[in-house]
Design a protein around this ligand. Sequence first.
Ligand code: ADP
Ligand code: MG
Length: 219
Amino acid sequence: MTHEFKTPISTIALASDVLMRDDIIQNPERLKHYATIISEENQRLKNQVESVLQVSQIDSHKIALNLVEIDMNQLIQRIIKNFEPRISELNGKLELHLDAKKSKIEGDEIHITNILYNLLDNAIKYCDKTPLIIVTTANKHRGLEISVKDNGKGISKQSQKMIFEKFFRVPSGNLHDVKGFGLGLFYVKNMMKLHKGKITLQSSIGVGTMFTLWFHNKK
Ligand SMILES: Nc1ncnc2c1ncn2[C@@H]1O[C@H](COP(=O)(O)OP(=O)(O)O)[C@@H](O)[C@H]1O
Ligand SMILES: [Mg+2]
């Protein structure tokens, strides 16, 4: 895990050293190039710190949910706006089917947002083709079901058994082609439990994966 932190830190250090050089200061183009590197690496670092903090909270059982009424159809629409640039950069598509008539739940907005971020981030990260992501809401089993479906590489039956375990990542032949800690789904699973909800998945190799969340509807 330390590797995940050290790489961005040393990249930022190198790039900021370059920024201080006189020949670079005279050259706006290269200046911008190195500033962009610093900004992007910093964002990566921020995400990594965020996920480690989330998990240390779970481990110490320090999470007190701040429960509020959340309209999931609305929240999903807000969240996907932040993913649209990333998806269109890949020429991908995100389809929304917000079919739930009763879309209100009681939950902690920050954590529910993180849950959806994690699933959408994975749907994009573990896709080896042009991404097509379908997000659906529906009223099922006397509650609200939300599914995030992708056309990515899929997860083998063997790996599905361990997918929610802390630090689990599907072993890949090409070492470390996609960065991550294997903490996202561990966090998601624990958060769903704290919200008295459920998470399931269906997946097949080469076809794609669908994660389904279930929540009680707000009374
Ligand atoms: N939508 C998905 N499609 C294929 N594989 C996935 C998907 N989501 C998660 N995985 C696999 O599950 C592992 C664990 O996911 P996660 O807990 O979010 O950790 P991370 O993304 O940091 O590796 C990933 O490393 C990946 O191998
Ligand atoms: Mg992840």
